[in-house]
Design a protein around this ligand. Sequence first.
Ligand code: IPD
Ligand code: CA
Length: 304
Amino acid sequence: MADLNLQEIRDTLVVVAHEAGRMILSANPTDISQGTKLNSTDIVTETDKAVEDHVSKRLSEAYPSFAFVGEETYKPGVQVTAAPTFIVDPIDGTNNFVHAFPHACISLGFAVDHVPTIGVVYNPYLDQLYSAIRGQGAYLTEGAIWGLEGGQGRRTKLPFSKHPPALAGLDTTLVAIEWGAARDGPNFELKTEVFKRLAASKENGGSIVHGFRSLGSAALNLCAVAAGQLDIYWEGGCWAWDVCAGWAILAEAGGIMAGGNPGVWNPRVDDRKYLAVRGAPSGQKEIVEEFWKVIGDKKLDYDS
Ligand code: IPD
Ligand code: CA
């Protein structure tokens, strides 16, 4: 790691994210060709492929010795290695993209020794760019492309609150969840059961969380937890490219990433089951354990 220029890599990723953002904004989702993968909810468009093609060319020119894992060129069974690796989702939130719902992003992660080390997540619709380098803090830069602050954008350190409150229990939390692409089988049953238990009143044996939010993009959910706008994000079924960049940002904002199944404190970047918790002066470990109790004895199970 010592000989890697992390600042330069992050700056390159920001330039590439802005290029990708322009490609996403210039595509008209109603005119472009679409296909599906797992089922009708798992959409891939020509823009996803074109953006990944552009990003992989740009990054392999700039850093020819680094590995590259991207959603649209991923071969089943390939695992993230300890080598410096770009882990890229060209459009995270493809469902939002095709519905013109303005919460899709490009998610550019960089892992070293399996550790998410740099993250750049850019939502071009809102000109919001989240970024972090391990050990150097996490930031949101807004409006750089729109020309705010002389083109530098408005930069805010994450989390937004200088004094985030302690985590006091699930009944005080706003929780991100996603349905994901798989809509049947034991994983789907477990997810819906956990959603129900989290929402239900205490009298009904539930946790009565404040509410659920689904931004439709794992990367943007993680950034919202990093910012402190959401307290928790639980998901099973997403992939390393959905979480690598957001994870680096979360960690630098004081958040933690536990496993989506009980007992896993240090999930792999490609574990596919995650529980993210925002930064807080106390209560992180306790809230993870409280959440795991809600999951109970069953386990999410995804191929990786
Ligand atoms: C999806 C989004 C979604 C999550 C799915 C992902 P995609 O990625 O991140 O929030 O629930 O598991 O696959 O398909 O929009 O790149
Ligand atoms: Ca995607």
